[in-house]
Design a protein around this ligand. Structure first.
Ligand code: LP5
Ligand code: MN
Length: 243
């Protein structure tokens, strides 16, 4: 029987949430060891503002733990979230993973599956999409990365405060994916399965064109993962129980 392929996202790892960091290490030592591949669909970190983050002990430990999977011949893939879209080759090399585009088409047990972080599908959130356009511009990113890390950290603090404030004003449905955007993306890529995170609304949605799996977020040591096997797809909590 072939080994499962696992999907996680939205861990938002930071020194401020040691229980989730411990849960991630346990996941890497546990379920991930029995997998043939691990896909990280964004927001692994609370934020990533340049590969000089590797010089910080907390980040270096996370990255070294991921790199250990390569020793076991477990392939690791990373796709950008809205908090960590700035990892570069230094990060990829240190974690021994492959960075994928968002969205990406992957073949899992002979089936075409589309994977994405999910933020680009929240098309009703116009303020976020405007923000996204700015920060995903290569020139803006080059300029940002060229500035001192202390300055970058200060900007993130301001952006996080602004984001929290603006999210409180937004209607809940505005911050979910737009169903027409989902349908059109799935049609464009000719897939019947979409896997994404970002919305923190773990679920399996049955759609006219197939199925949409939404990954759980991790918080205070709780979280989960999606397990794709030849026999089917299932969502699990970290203790192994089905969602
Ligand atoms: O993150 P989360 O889940 O709380 O909310 C998201 C959206 N918010 C964000 C902002 C991030 O949280 C901020 C931290 C990013 C870290 C890396 C940034 C490095 C900057 C790099 C520059 C090249 O993504 C939130 C969504 C929500 O998901 C649900 O989908 O609603 O969107 C917002 O809050 C955006 C606001 O509505 C608009 C913010 C305006 C800020 C204007 C500044 C623009 C210029 C910035 C240039 C540095
Ligand atoms: Mn996100």
């Amino acid at each position: 029987m072939s080994a499962p392929i696992l999907f996680i996202s939205d861990l938002h790892l930071s020194p401020a949430d040691p229980a989730t960091t411990a849960a991630f290490h346990a996941f890497l030592q546990g379920p991930a060891r029995n997998a043939s591949a691990l896909y990280i669909l964004g927001d692994l970190f609370e934020f990533w503002i340049g590969d000089d983050g590797l010089d910080e002990a907390f980040n270096a430990e996370i990255v070294a733990a991921i790199a250990q999977l390569a020793e076991q011949k477990i392939a690791v893939f990373f796709l950008a979230g809205n908090r960590d879209f700035l990892p570069g080759q230094r990060f990829a090399d240190a974690a021994r993973l492959t960075i994928l585009n968002d969205p990406s088409l992957v073949q899992l047990f002979g089936q075409n599956v589309l994977i994405a972080h999910g933020d680009a599908l929240c098309t009703d959130d116009l303020a976020y999409q405007r923000f996204r356009l700015i920060v995903r511009h290569p020139w803006v990113q080059s300029l940002f990365l060229a500035l001192p890390r202390r300055w970058r950290l200060a900007q993130v603090e301001k952006l996080r405060a602004r984001s929290k404030e603006s999210n409180q004003m937004k209607r809940s449905d505005v911050m979910d994916v737009n169903t027409a955007a989902v349908a059109s993306l799935m049609q464009q890529h000719h897939v019947q399965t979409l896997i994404h995170g970002h919305t923190h609304r773990p679920a399996q949605h049955m759609l006219p064109q197939g199925q949409r799996w939404v990954l759980p977020d991790w918080y205070q040591g709780k979280g989960g993962y999606l397990c794709v096997q030849a026999s089917g797809i299932s969502m699990h909590q970290l203790d192994g129980r089905a969602f």
